[in-house]
Design a protein around this ligand. Structure first.
Ligand code: 5GP
Length: 194
């Protein structure tokens, strides 16, 4: 039987994670789909409901928790985020690979969960080349206070969290990183095709 795979991607904002995920989706449109998370955080100006996230109120989020509809959920920087079981299952059925963008704690929960033997889990952490590079990228975005910037930087390079992942991708050169992430995905096609 053909195996299926879940790619769990994490990385601090400023790591190039979103660019790399878009590249993978664009390169393998028939095989890979992205799980759209639910969040209680306010929608940003460029974001679309149902495309970037399902933007839902707190009460709806709590109902989804009570109904056991999340594969995992977390609170991050004061907002709630959750991966719907239905979203992942639909992608595994209709495509072959589900990719998801989750922070460290969500990644840890999924990587330690038991799935059917026909499903492979692969954790990829995307990091900028150095602490100073991450600081500069975040400073350029002008979205952080000094406190939140320092918190994000410390968390991003926490070795206990990093160790959970199967692949650490240091994004110092975007084209090389695109190539590298596609190689990881292709490796999964071969190992998951028997
Ligand atoms: P942002 O608010 O900037 O879109 O995302 C903030 C963080 O939430 C990112 O690190 C992203 O990976 C994480 N995130 C997005 N969706 C989920 C989810 O469903 N579960 C978890 N655990 N984290 C998520």
């Amino acid at each position: 039987m053909m195996k299926k795979a879940i790619f769990i991607i994490s990385g601090p904002s400023g790591s190039g994670k979103t660019t790399l995920i878009k590249h993978v989706l664009h390169t393998f449109p028939d095989e890979i789909g992205i799980s759209i998370s639910c969040t209680t955080r306010p929608q940003r100006i460029h974001e679309l409901d149902g495309i970037d996230y399902h933007f839902i109120p707190q009460e709806r989020f709590i109902t989804l928790i009570k109904n056991d509809e999340f594969l995992e959920y977390t609170e991050c920087y004061g907002n709630r985020y959750g991966t719907l079981k239905s979203s992942v299952n639909n992608l595994l059925q209709n495509k072959r690979i589900c990719i998801m963008d989750v922070e460290y704690s969500g990644a840890g929960k999924i990587l330690s969960q038991q799935f059917a033997p026909t499903i492979t889990k692969i954790g990829i952490l995307i990091l900028p080349p150095s602490i100073s590079a991450l600081k500069n990228r975040l400073l350029n975005r002008k979205s952080e206070t000094i406190t939140s910037l320092n918190r994000r930087v410390t968390e991003s390079f926490d070795i206990g969290k990093i160790a959970r992942y199967d692949h650490i991708l240091i994004n110092d050169q975007i084209n090389r990183s695109k190539n590298e992430i596609c190689q990881i995905v292709k490796g999964c096609f071969f190992s998951a095709s028997s």
